[in-house]
Design a protein around this ligand. Structure first.
Ligand SMILES: Cc1cc2nc3c(=O)[nH]c(=O)nc-3n(C[C@H](O)[C@H](O)[C@H](O)COP(=O)(O)O)c2cc1C
Length: 187
């Protein structure tokens, strides 16, 4: 059976980001059944979206590259921090830019019909769970089908081993189940 192309990224580009670790752990799990590309949004910097700047300077080259990655993927795994209960500005800004069309085609929504799995990690005891419904809404608005369920990692500062893998077998099983659903959906 064809292996779907899955793009994995985190909503944080902090060097020691727990969500980047969670994205890495999810990517490792997904590689058993999918072609996986793991990216760090630090490699795709973009100024805060402002329509005047877009008119004057166009789309940043980083976003043009990112849009190409989105376009060629069947599905996404997104591990996001929760900032004051919401989607963090890095993710909002990146998705806002990527939802623009670079003047290539009016209909070129690189997200339409794709599917996604969402997860969150936080040092807090709720694991960033409040970001999940907000992220779902945001992705749905872009035309992405978010698969049922989610994974959260509470106390994430102590949830990963030295290899960056989840130490807890229950958390690993939850991520595994979510990835399995995403891959089945992509197929
Ligand atoms: C502006 C701001 C708001 C935050 N709000 C929350 C929050 O609502 N819930 C939570 O669990 N953690 C919150 N945190 C803590 C983050 O979960 C923590 O900084 C985490 O390490 C960020 O994810 P990262 O490690 O992937 O960068 C907040 C952090 C910042 C900087």
């Amino acid at each position: 059976m064809n292996q779907p192309d899955i793009l994995v990224f985190a909503g944080s580009c902090r060097r020691e980001s727990m969500n980047l670790k969670l994205a890495g752990a999810a990517a490792k799990i997904a590689r058993a059944h999918a072609k996986v590309t793991l990216i760090d949004l630090a490699d795709y910097p973009a100024p805060i979206y402002n329509g005047d700047n877009e008119t004057a300077d166009g789309m940043p080259p980083s976003i043009i590259s990112l849009r190409q990655l989105f376009r060629q993927s069947d599905g996404f795994v997104i591990a996001s921090p929760e900032y004051n209960g919401h989607v963090p500005p890095l993710l909002v800004n990146t998705l806002a830019w990527a939802s623009r069309t670079a003047g290539d085609s009016k209909d070129d929504n690189v997200f339409a019909g794709k599917c996604a799995a969402v997860m969150a990690a936080s040092p807090g005891r709720l694991g960033g769970v409040r970001v999940i419904p907000r992220l779902r809404d945001m992705l749905a608005e872009l035309g992405i089908v978010v698969v049922p369920g989610f994974a959260t990692v509470p106390a994430a500062h102590s949830a990963f081993d030295d290899d960056g893998q989840l130490s807890d077998s229950t958390a690993t099983a939850t991520v595994q189940g979510l990835i399995d659903r995403l891959i089945a959906h992509c197929r």
